[in-house]
Design a protein. Sequence first.
Length: 263
Amino acid sequence: MTKPGGDPIKNLAVPRAIAATRGEKISRTVARLVAKTIADDRLEPGAALPSEQEMANNFGVGRASVREGLRLLEAQGLVTVRQGLGGGPSVAEPTGAAFGDTMSMYLQVNDIRLAEVVEAVIQMEGLTAALAAERVARGEITDPDELESLDAHDHDVETHREFIETAVGFHDHLRQIAGNYIIALVGSALAHLFSDRAIVAHPNAWSEQERTLFSDAHAEIGRAIRAGDAATARELATAHVRESVAMTLGGHPTILQDRVDWK
């Protein structure tokens, strides 16, 4: 693993890090070193990492420890390991969905119900809209394309899939322009936890009335953000997500009492 224009990872303080493990599994230390190098070298998703054998040689550890460390990173959505000819480890693209899947393990062992996730989603989307509006008010969003994407087009799409993608895309964009990666990541993870478990409760096709409600709500939220009105943006986004949850669940509100199991 090589820094751009620099030395391989084995020239870093790897031996000291491995030697200082002190009861921590070597595989976890390897995982931490690989993750640190991805961050330090700013490796993009898809970038190839050294082979297991190369890492074992560079780290001075057994190949089994490297393999276990890579599996740990793969389970967290940070690394992809392809088998066979031309395979090997590479940098993955961390997503809110992957983070949500990890979060679901904690929710399951604590017997958390979907209703609690829903309330978190509602509050997080309101916060996201407010942060976006505050950035506009402070003059931090100067690219017109960032605000142009707030224009609602939900009502114009034809297929069910297009409608869902457009509606979800609106909220994804809000998280991006809110300007806080942590809030965007957690918000995306929570939205994934809800939609992955509750979207099946809605009929295959969204009615014209439902589409109009979505489109009108997105347009109102967009106007509040463009105006830099954080309080109104939060209020509108919170009310919209509450209404969206009710429409999504339809006649199956009991889903809210289901435990959030790890998938």
